[in-house]
Design a protein around this ligand. Structure first.
Ligand code: PLP
Length: 401
């Protein structure tokens, strides 16, 4: 039997660390389904998600489902069988979303990528200009691909669509970026954005969110893909029972309410700055390890390096899963593994949500110890480098006081 003491450091990129306050919010009995309390709670969550997506004009929906549910909601409410969709390949999640589209009867086309760069707005513009008959009905992109640690420029994609004067719906997966990296749905004319509870929203897995623009809502009337549970129109019913197409996931809503309260208390701008600052510290540590040539950050362009998650490639002479296993089994530190093309070749450090300086320094220290134990050559001093980075940037929470 192995005995573990102290807290496990959950540095996986979702589910993420759930604050005690959020956990405690669920420690209560269920309440009556049609009570004013539950209806008020549900309404407040739906309304307060809007500022997180930075939308005033859009409608928000909450599903008792993981992120895949929100993906299906986005597609099935706005598209019809045989519709063509254009998808960016910046990691595994764009591919998987498109794969879902295919099984629903849509026809995906990819703008391929090397998984080390974000989307190429020029390639998007060129492809859309060539689509003279406007065959593409939707453009899908993932803001932060959790597999590759790449954050793509949503505003630049919007600009490319506008340059080509293309009318397709613009859909953004913000599962790993919502409340960590800015997403300005109204300003950037995103038609459908999706999110999930278990990442920067600091909540248990099990809820996902969709925000739909007025243009997307109009499409919902014309779209003919079959849908029932996901149907936006049914969920706009006056009867609160229909907002969830059935019994509300009460305890997950209790948790979400407190998580949103915490986000409101800290302020979105401070949250973005905290994520930037902590991610910079993680990257400083990774770059120290990289000096010995056996490890490197997957995302090559600094402005595309995600503030939610870092994917670290490991030279093929060494085992990325072994590093992760040592950290998990012996060092109380949970990391993410490599996914898709990076399977067995990378590990990932999640740094989103309820996370602070000692958690980052602890994680870097643990991983460095894990590298030492695995005999993977690495530059030494990731924690020192991270401290130097943190010391040079003010903590946003302190700055706000
Ligand atoms: C960017 C992104 N999109 C979608 C998903 C799918 O979400 P879920 O696993 O909750 O279905 C994930 C999951 O990690 C993700 O990181």
């Amino acid at each position: 039997m192995s005995i573990k003491r102290g807290r496990n450091f959950l540095l996986s990129p979702g589910p993420t660390n759930i604050p005690d306050r959020v956990l405690r919010a669920m420690q209560r009995p269920a309440i009556e389904l049609h009570s004013d309390e539950l209806i008020g709670l549900a309404r407040s969550c739906l309304d307060d998600l809007k500022p997180l997506f930075r939308t005033q004009d859009g409608e928000t929906f909450i599903y008792a489902a993981n992120g895949h549910g929100a993906w299906e909601s986005a597609l099935s409410n706005s598209l019809s069988p045989g519709d063509r969709i254009l998808v960016f390949e910046t990691g595994i999640f764009g591919e998987a979303w498109a794969g879902m589209g295919k099984s629903l009867g849509l026809v995906p086309e990819f703008i391929s990528g090397d998984w080390r760069h974000g989307i190429d707005p020029q390639a998007l513009e060129d492809r859309l200009r060539a689509d003279k008959n406007h065959a593409f009905k939707a453009i899908l992109m993932v803001q932060t691909d959790t597999a590759t640690g790449i954050t793509s420029d949503v505003a630049a994609a919007r600009q490319a669509i506008d340059n080509a004067a293309h009318p397709a719906l613009f859909m953004v997966d913000a599962v790993a970026s919502l409340a960590a990296t800015d997403l300005r749905m109204d300003d950037w004319q995103v038609d459908v954005a999706v999110g999930a509870s278990q990442k920067a929203l600091m909540s248990p897995p099990g809820l996902s969110f969709v925000a739909a623009s007025p243009k997307a809502m109009e499409h919902a009337d014309k779209a003919t893909l079959p849908r029932h549970y996901w149907d936006w129109r049914r969920r706009l019913d006056e009867e609160a029972y229909m907002w969830f197409c059935g019994t509300a996931p009460e305890h997950l809503l209790f948790a979400l309410r407190v998580a949103i309260d915490m986000i409101q208390e800290e302020g979105l701008e401070n949250i973005f700055r905290r994520h930037q600052r902590l991610a910079d510290a993680v990257r400083a540590g990774i770059n120290v390890w990289a000096e010995a040539g056996a490890l490197e950050l997957n995302a090559l362009v600094p402005s595309e390096q995600s503030n939610s998650v870092s994917a670290i490639r490991v030279d093929e002479r060494y085992s990325a899963p072994a590093i992760r296993e040592i950290c998990e089994n012996q060092l109380n530190t949970s990391l993410g593994g490599g996914l898709g093309r990076l399977s067995g070749k990378a590990f990932r450090i999640g740094h989103m949500g309820d996370i602070n300086e000692p958690m980052i320094l602890g994680a870097l220290g643990s991983v460095e110890l894990g590298l030492e134990m695995c005999g993977v050559p690495h530059g030494k001093g990731s924690v020192t480098a991270a401290i130097a980075t943190l010391a040079n940037s003010a903590s946003p929470a302190l700055a706000a006081d």
